[in-house]
Ligand binder design. Structure first.
Ligand code: FE2
Length: 276
């Protein structure tokens, strides 16, 4: 039996270069309310009956696999970032918590490999609305480019520029696995469910997402919103490097420095001999 073919999935990509670059910048893409109300309610019922931190049985339910795991909007993005025949989730965690509750400490999850590569994605599905008051997952945009000692990360408390993954029922967040995150503080009474699972790359990276003929790497913006917690322009260098890795052209990537590409003086340093 070929397990690989059973666990992989393919579909058309939905991101273009700008969408891929936007993901590279922040490590977060949000899809609001993309799962049907019927599947949301059925999921909540299911986790009530299978109360526990790992409701893996959900992955055997066709309605869940079709509505959530193979959700067309989500898989279009996942296909864009992980390539053809990407690996499907084989485990499922539910961050089911009674609120109000204090925030967690900032952390990266076990299994984070610090590298400018996208070989696996962390995905969150909210079967119910999660408001800011219910303590949504708090993520630090761009933190996949930052490394920190775990004990230093734990001390941080509030961080300016953090992103709260609050959203209506049926929303899916696609995130870079190594993003710094925590459960944020909650202030109202609720029983919050937040399902989390991973997808994997199974093919070499290549630029096979939607190619817009007007896109020009020499003029594209790689700049992230501030704060970036990096020296000036390092955010652009980091994003461009990750984007080139995803294109399968990391060997053609380089930064000349000074004001050259991807800075202001773009006639200098634009990578050469890349696919158009
Ligand atoms: Fe975590």
């Amino acid at each position: 039996m070929n397990h690989d073919s059973e666990l992989t999935y393919d579909c058309d990509p939905t991101l273009d270069d700008q969408g891929v670059i936007d993901f590279c910048k922040s490590g977060i893409l949000k899809l609001e309310g993309v799962v049907s109300e019927e599947v949301n309610l059925r999921t909540i019922e299911f986790v009530e009956e299978h109360d526990g931190p790992e409701p893996r049985e959900l992955l055997s339910e066709d309605w869940f696999v079709d509505g959530v795991i193979k959700n067309p909007q989500a898989t279009g993005i996942i296909r864009s970032l992980l390539g053809k025949n990407f690996g499907l989730p084989i485990s499922m965690a539910n961050h089911r918590i009674i609120t109000p509750s204090p925030s967690q400490e900032w952390h990266t999850d076990a299994g984070t490999k610090y590298a400018r590569e996208v070989n696996y994605l962390q995905v969150f599905y909210l079967p119910q609305e999660c408001t800011k008051e219910m303590g949504p997952t708090e993520l630090l945009p761009g933190s996949h480019f930052l490394s920190s000692h775990r004990d230093a990360m734990k001390q941080m408390g509030r961080v300016r520029g953090s992103y709260y993954a609050s959203a209506p029922a049926g929303s899916i967040f696609i995130t870079y696995y190594g993003l710094w995150h925590r459960r944020s503080e909650s202030s109202v009474s609720s029983l919050r469910n937040n399902l989390k699972y991973n997808y994997w790359r199974r093919t070499e990276p290549t630029r096979d997402w939607i190619v817009n003929p007007d896109f020009d790497v020499s003029t594209a913006s790689f700049e992230s919103p501030k704060p970036t917690y990096r020296p000036m322009w390092k955010d652009m260098y980091d994003t461009a490097e990750l984007y080139f890795w995803l294109r399968g052209e990391i060997d053609k990537f380089g930064i000349i420095g000074g004001l050259g590409w991807p800075g202001n003086a773009r006639s200098y340093g634009v990578p050469k001999d890349i696919q158009s």
